[in-house]
Design a protein around this ligand. Structure first.
Ligand code: ATP
Ligand code: MG
Length: 303
């Protein structure tokens, strides 16, 4: 079912929140403008901060289909945009020959839509009653020729198929591109988009996210969890925990029937927050106990 597009920044924020996605006002502004101006949204940021999730939630909230293109090294046009169905073309040639026609007489027919296999980029340009959301995920993993290939699509919502011509979207998709910045994406791509850096949320928003995504957690436990993760992010670690780690950790603690965080529980479950042994060794034991005590002190001050 299709839904109305939000008519203001606050309505955008409320729409996302109604689907359990909590955006700060800057992100809500970027999303609203991307929708209003029909420009692609480029989300760059730390891992696990809700970049991919935004596309998923937005498609759900708008009642739009989500077309997802996961980027990787070596991604090419045939996996991303379209491919000719060679097997079917061959069959058509055989069938033509069997009836005495030469392959040349059906050459034009062989390169028509019938023999085209549409991949996410082309599918997103096809007519839809509700414009789809096209997610180009982790563009930094693809290589530069692919970025260059995207320029035509991002600027004009069109693709050129040499044998067939230019295919232009009648209902332009909502395009969301994400990057973890493992390398810089080319300026030419960014210039065609609204750029937004997705950082870690502040404690209040992270608490709200945890409350929505792991509703079984009591408020006091959720506060303790968020306080702990927020203080971990102040440390010099190789890889800081993202929001997805906070949510996963909360779910794990609930599964363990935890009601209050204590040093032993933290030590036993650190692997849900930190993914490098060096980081775990740095935090486990004395440091974890110290952080917990600090969180408890802060909680006392605010209550
Ligand atoms: N603003 C938010 N509101 C609600 N949930 C959030 C938010 N940010 C993150 N999350 C939670 O974190 C999870 C992971 O987010 P997501 O996979 O979108 O991160 P990402 O930025 O795409 O990470 P990566 O760069 O590793 O792909 C979501 O499924 C959701 O539970
Ligand atoms: Mg992602």
């Amino acid at each position: 079912m299709s839904a109305e597009r939000p008519q203001s920044i606050s309505a955008t924020r409320a729409l996302l929140a109604a689907h359990d996605y909590l955006a700060d006002s800057q992100l809500a502004t970027s999303v609203y403008l991307a929708l209003c101006l029909g420009r692609p949204l480029f989300l760059e940021g730390e891992p696990g901060t809700g970049k991919t999730e935004l596309a998923r939630v937005l498609s759900q909230a708008l009642g739009a289909e989500l077309m997802r293109l996961q980027c990787y090294e070596g991604l090419d046009v045939s996996s991303a945009a379209y491919e000719w169905n060679h097997a079917r073309q061959l069959l058509a040639i055989r069938a033509a020959e069997a009836t005495g026609q030469s392959a040349a007489t059906i050459a034009d027919e062989l390169y028509s839509e019938r023999y085209l296999i549409a991949r996410p980029l082309l599918r997103a340009l096809r007519p839809h009653t509700v414009p789809p959301v096209l997610l180009i995920d982790e563009l930094d993993r693809s290589d530069e020729p692919f970025e260059a290939y995207l320029l035509e699509l991002l600027a004009d919502f069109q693709l050129t198929i040499p044998e067939l011509g230019t295919i232009r979207a009648t209902t332009p998709p909502i395009v969301i591109i994400t990057s973890n910045r493992t390398r810089e994406v080319h300026d030419a791509v960014k210039r065609r988009c609204i750029y937004h850096w997705v950082g870690y949320p502040d404690a209040a928003r992270e608490l709200e996210i945890v409350r929505r995504r792991a509703p079984q957690a009591e408020r006091a436990l959720a506060e303790q969890i968020v306080g702990f993760v927020q203080s971990l992010r102040q440390m010099e670690l190789y890889k800081l925990p993202g929001v997805s780690e906070t949510v996963e950790w909360t779910r794990a603690l609930i599964a363990m029937d935890t009601t209050v965080l204590d040093p032993a529980t933290v030590d036993a479950t650190l692997g849900l927050l930190l993914k490098y042994q060096d980081d775990i060794l740095k935090v486990q034991g004395v440091e974890a106990a110290r952080l917990l005590a600090e969180v408890a002190r802060q909680q006392e001050l605010t209550h």
